[in-house]
Design a protein. Sequence first.
Length: 210
Amino acid sequence: MSAEVKQAEKARMDPKYIATLTARLFAACVVVAFLLGLVNMVTLPNITARKKAATDAALKQVVENPDGSAFSDALELSGDMTAAASGAGATLSALYAVTEGGANAGYALTVVASGSQGSIEMMVGVDEADVVTGVSIVNNSETPGIGSKVMGNEPTANGTPVLDQFVGKSPADGTLSVGGNIDAISGATVSSRGVTAGVNAALAVAALLD
C-alpha cells in the first residue's frame, strides 16, 4: 500500500473527517427535504382541486337531478360497509349522501373493482329506494379499443349503452351478472364484469343504509 493510500485511509478514520462528512450529508438531506416540501406545497393545492373537480363531476353524472341535488362531504365508512362491498367483489372507498330540497335522495358511492388491466374506479348513484340512478367511470387502465369501450359507455349488441343498462337495477333484480341480467360488450367481458362487481358492491352497501 502506497504512502498516499495509507494517508487517505488514516484521514478517513479521523473523527473530525467523519464528523465533517456527516454534517455535510445531513445538510444535503435537509436541503433536499426542503425542496421536496416546497414542490409539494406548490403542487398539492392544484392536485387537490383537480381531484375535487373530478369527484364533483362524477357525483352529478350519477344522480337523476344533477342541478337540484346536493352532496355531503365524504361520510365515515364502517366495517360493515367495507365488508359488504368486499363480499360483492369490490372495494368501497367513499360514500356521499344525496339530498334534494333537503330531503334524502339516496347515496353516491365510489367503488373500485378489478378490470382486465388493473383497477376500475367508478361512482355509482343509488336512490332512497336502492335503485341505481347512474354509473360513472372515474379512473381506469383498460385496453384502448376493447375495455375502453365499456369505460366510454359504448353500446352493447342490443344497442343499449353498457353503463346505462345498470340504471334502474335494484336488489329486486338479484345479483347482477354478465351473461345473466347484464350484457357485455363483445371482447370486453372482463371489463364489463368489473363494472358489474362495482355496482353489486354499491347496492350491497346501500342496503345497509336503509
